[in-house]
Design a binder for this molecule. Structure first.
Ligand code: NDP
Length: 311
């Protein structure tokens, strides 16, 4: 058998790096695999103003650089590779990299995160961070006092629209069917908020603007009528997808693919496998909550190793 790592972390967002900082300081010599998008979702965010400790805010990519530095300072080994297979059948866990290498570890901390779903419009990609966002709590503040649009009909869209309505004079909400999927209570909140205007059977055809968002062209998919609405912010809120496909044969998930942890811990049903961050959280999804659960996962992993007298 080759080298068995004490702690292998999959993912490099706030959860993964926080797990690494704790694991490294506890003498667990963690190895962290960054995955396809090193730094995770914060790499596509501009200013982060709600992470405590940065009174003047910080750019998302800069914050992740600092997370990484802090993890490396205590000896975390960073691998810029993607894990594409896991085998949790034995007492030592096996993971495989995309390049085919097999790596062994006593504990695995899953911090693979989630990805926002996008509409797939060219203009959405082009104006990303120039008015296009998938997170009202992160970016809504920048559009205070301006008109904005939200796309989606689920609880996330309802929540984002309600949040933005506290900051913006008008929130235009585009729902592709003639009803919303959101819970009744959230729907009522939306309908009863004066400055949220719901457009039924409506899809965004193109986000307008060269350097930044200036408007959106929408189409009513029943009548074919098109309309241009001037807005400054465009929020896509059509759901997130947790990056958990590789675990489906091993761990329990809810119907959307979020991993289930055991109550009041970061443990999963497999001893030595822990989960943190957005891969297990479809409710809060904040950098600070992800970091908190990364810490929990590392502490649980440390106790596991100590109980087995591995460290
Ligand atoms: P959902 O999958 O529940 O809803 C996605 C919404 O986006 C649907 O209305 C869907 O339309 C619409 N949609 C999907 N693709 C497109 C597209 N290409 N163009 C236009 N619209 C599109 O995702 P959510 O993120 O809203 O919620 C995920 C889970 O998290 C849910 O279980 C939800 O209840 C939960 N949640 C709970 C919250 C709370 O309790 N406070 C807050 C946020 C989320 P259609 O209906 O036509 O498919």
């Amino acid at each position: 058998m080759g080298v068995i790592h004490n702690c292998l972390i999959i993912g490099s967002g706030p959860a993964g790096y926080t797990a690494a900082i704790y694991a490294a300081r506890a003498g667990m010599n963690p190895v962290l695999y960054t995955g396809k998008e090193p730094g995770g979702q914060l790499m596509i965010t501009t200013d982060v103003e709600n992470y405590p400790g940065y009174p003047d805010g910080i750019m998302g990519p800069m914050m992740m650089e600092q997370f990484q530095k802090q993890a490396e300072r205590f000896g975390t080994e960073i691998k810029y590779e993607v894990i594409d297979k896991v085998d949790f059948s034995g007492s030592v866990h096996k993971v495989s990299t995309e390049s085919g290498e097999e790596v062994l570890a006593h504990t695995v901390i899953i911090s693979t995160g989630a990805s926002a779903k996008w509409l797939g419009l060219e203009s959405e990609r082009r104006l990303m961070n120039q008015g296009v966002s998938a997170c009202a709590v992160c970016d809504g503040f920048f559009f205070k006092g301006t008109e904005v649009a939200v796309v989606g009909g689920g609880d996330t869209a309802a929540e984002e629209a309600s949040y933005l309505a506290k900051l913006c004079p008008m929130v235009h909400l585009f729902v592709r069917r003639d009803e919303m999927r959101a819970s009744k209570i959230m729907q009522n909140r939306v309908i009863n908020t004066k400055n949220i205007k719901v457009y039924w059977n409506t899809e965004a055809e193109e986000i307008l603007g060269r350097e930044e968002v200036e408007g959106v062209r929408i189409i009513n998919n029943k009548t074919g009528n098109k309309q241009v609405i001037p807005i400054k912010g465009f929020f896509t809120a059509i759901g997130h997808k947790p990056n958990t496909d590789i675990f489906k044969d091993w761990l329990d998930m809810d119907e959307s693919g979020y991993l289930m942890n055991l109550p009041d811990s970061a443990k999963t049903k497999i001893p030595g496998v822990f989960v943190s961050g957005d891969a297990q959280d479809n409710v809060y999804r904040q950098a600070v909550t992800a970091a908190g659960t990364g810490c929990m996962a590392a502490l649980d992993a440390e106790r596991y190793l100590a109980a087995k007298e591995i460290i």
